[in-house]
Unconditional design. Structure first.
Length: 199
């Protein structure tokens, strides 16, 4: 049984993943207290192991981050609101109403700034995989409820991203030029959001 470490860069962060080669079928990747670790069959080529981890690691990181966010940003003792820690747990219905008002106001401000002609209908959802989504069919934007835990700057970066879809449906170069025009530090704010840094 041998162990070898491999380095993977995901969203600008370097992750060292030790891989233990042993008698088994298939490659397994898991999160642990030290980060991530994998095991693989002894005879499997290094390339196939690396390809598997490269594909699986970003998804596992997202799952781990989401689990940590929900534990870290709200509990019985405190809740983060707009990046600030507030004592006590806030009722989800109240949180949703406050989030709807906040997200609507920020969207209206950004619509005006970006020159969006028709105001969007705003909804707040408990979405698992997205921070926001823009529906051309219903001319509405859905925002993830957990965004309310983050500062207005971070929320605004998601608002600008969704409103940029009013001009460009796909994530092409012109789309990101539009996003960066109205949110120059977009990539830094996105990284904070993914890491659960509230402000």
């Amino acid at each position: 049984m041998k162990t070898k470490e491999y380095s993977f860069i995901v969203d600008g962060t370097n992750y060292i993943v030790p891989v233990t080669y042993k008698h088994q079928n298939g490659v397994y990747l898991r999160a642990n207290s030290k980060g991530f670790a994998a095991s693989a069959p002894i005879l499997l080529s290094e390339k196939r192991v690396i390809d598997f981890i490269s594909s699986a690691l970003p998804k596992l990181i997202k799952r781990v981050n989401k689990r940590q966010f929900s534990e870290k940003l709200s509990c019985d003792e405190y809740t983060y609101i707009l990046g600030e820690k507030v004592d006590g747990k806030i009722d989800e219905k109240q949180l949703k109403q406050f989030a709807l008002e906040t997200f609507t106001n920020l969207t209206r401000e950004c619509e005006y700034e970006m020159g969006v002609k028709k105001p969007y209908k705003i909804h707040v959802r408990n979405m698992k995989t997205r921070y926001g989504s823009n529906s051309m069919k219903t001319h509405s934007i859905n925002y993830q409820l957990s965004l309310i835990h983050f500062s207005k700057d971070i929320i605004r970066s998601v608002v600008v991203h969704e409103l940029a879809h009013d001009f460009f449906r796909n994530h092409q170069d012109k789309f990101y030029k539009c996003v960066l025009k109205y949110c120059p530090n977009y990539w830094d704010l996105k990284k904070k959001l993914r890491k659960g840094i509230t402000k």
